[in-house]
Design a protein around this ligand. Sequence first.
Ligand code: GCO
Length: 466
Amino acid sequence: MESKQFDRQFIWGCATSAFQIEGGASADGRGESIWDRFSKKPGNVAEGHDGDVACDHYNRYRGDVDLMKELGMKAYRFSISWPRILPDGRGAVNEKGLSFYDELVDALLEREITPWVTLYHWDLPQILEDEGGWPNRKTAYAFAEYTEAVSRRLGDRVKHWITHNEPWCASILGYQTGEHAPGIKDWPKALAASHHLMLSHGLSVGILRRNSPDSLIGITNALMHVQPASGSYEDREAYRHLDGTVNRWFMDPLYRRCYPADIVADHRESGYISREGLSFVYPGDMDLIAAPIDFLGVNYYSRQIARSTAIPESKNAPRDIFALPPDQRTDMGWEVYPDGLTRVLERVHREYRPGQIYVTENGAAYGEKPGADGRVPDSRRCVYLRDHLLAAHSATESGVPLLGYFVWSLLDNFEWAFGYTKRFGIVWVDFETQQRTIKDSAYWYREVIRNNAVSLNGAFNNPNRY
Ligand code: GCO
């Protein structure tokens, strides 16, 4: 059977985030996060779901690490909950919170799974939000304190660090569309938030270098493959603006020491920033943000079509406006568009030249359940993963330094505003009993990892094959 072989060193892993799986919301001195507060407010999250228990990973992490081992994972990307470490956002360190991650890291290393730590996956301590949140510059310095506490403790064993996950979501969805915590709808605040997130990244890089020598440090951006709906001037303008706000706004500061001038002009015209420009940018900020990093993490899910009449600047809006047959959409309504991954990787390589690139998230929401035989026949997810891995492989063939891939996600989990109604896991979670059931896609992925190769065709419906 024909297959595509990956480099021997290629890193295969899976990803999760703290708020989405841990639960243990008030365990061992954890403070409140903006997602706790946001999800408790009726109407914010589907079916009133919250993260109090989630996958109960806080209590079951050993079993989950064993599960990863069974699935052949070489690396595990997880995030740390800031309010577990610093319940007041800054200041006193909660020892029990740190020990949880300390033990998790040891459990991974014992099983030869490399920990990849993300410092921020959106769960800001609520107390900092009360002081203004990310639009307040002081939050960036609180993040530096938090980085200090975590890296001092884990920096001897953790050698892969991601400062932020998708600052676009944290700023724009959190402070502009309001569909994510803290649920604010205010463009000027969202822009200030975006800058302070980037600034905190820069501050954090220096601290990580000091406390975790010889480690690889990077940031993860949500990169979308954006295309204009037509060649009309208006649609091309919509494309420029959407690509600029989602992609370039978060890439240019890292690799070009500036914000994209056309988007700055757009925001000035809309009155979101003052005539003088970006008042929240202080001298020296851009140099800090552009501190050299070792890799770029890319999260890719779908493509987005830009149309002048509807600029879908929202995660929850359909990612495509074309009428697509249902088999080309996931349960999120997102179009399945593997070619976009190749394009995104090639573009990032061509325009920004990161030394190394990792796909730090890619996956699909599909709801297949365990059948009477106990199997979860999620062949659509197998097809999605196969086609995206082939797309990633094709980028490596054109010279993109793509060195690893993390599937989103290990477990079905709390999908933000969608609560537990969307299932991204390669492992099924029964949220009543917390029982885990390995889906067919996880067996399929194990085979990929074992062979370091993806076969072009495959019977996804027969687990005995694996
Ligand atoms: C994101 C996050 C994940 C999501 C995943 C599916 O990209 O939004 O990093 O936490 O769960 O992307 O939406």
